[in-house]
Design a protein around this ligand. Structure first.
Ligand code: FE2
Ligand code: FE2
Length: 128
């Protein structure tokens, strides 16, 4: 089973944002698990809907922190968030979550998020 465990490597040292990252990592693992286990009915779509909303809240909060701090690469960072949401929403709209290729696709979404924390999020963390 694929799990994504937050550790100090991912810390941005803003408590609310680290807490949100932990929730997101946890959700990524839960969605992978539900997909890999062929969860029936609306479980995967519901998890994806909740995940989508939570990511939007997180991105909003994160952008507000960067804005308040006068972080110079906010617009580039915002574009990355928009790309992620776009990709996630395309995936949600595909409506086929029980195939191996859908599982692989979601793993790539998860890995994108983790790379984003390690590169883009760390960049603002270093600036704060
Ligand atoms: Fe983040
Ligand atoms: Fe971010």
């Amino acid at each position: 089973m694929t799990t994504y465990t937050w550790n100090e490597t991912y810390a941005v040292d803003v408590e609310i944002l680290d807490e949100q990252h932990k929730v997101i990592f946890d959700s990524l693992g839960k969605i992978c698990f539900a997909m890999a286990n062929g969860s029936v009915g609306h479980i995967v779509p519901s998890l994806l809907d909740a995940f989508d909303i939570y990511c939007k809240v997180h991105f909003f909060d994160e952008e507000r922190v960067m804005e308040t701090a006068g972080f110079p690469h906010l617009e580039l960072h915002r574009k990355q968030h928009e790309l992620f949401i776009h990709h996630l929403e395309l995936f949600k709209a595909s409506r086929s979550f029980d195939t191996k290729s859908a599982q692989d696709e979601f793993v790539s979404i998860a890995e994108w998020f983790i790379r984003h924390v390690l590169t883009y999020d760390r960049e603002y963390a270093d600036f704060l």
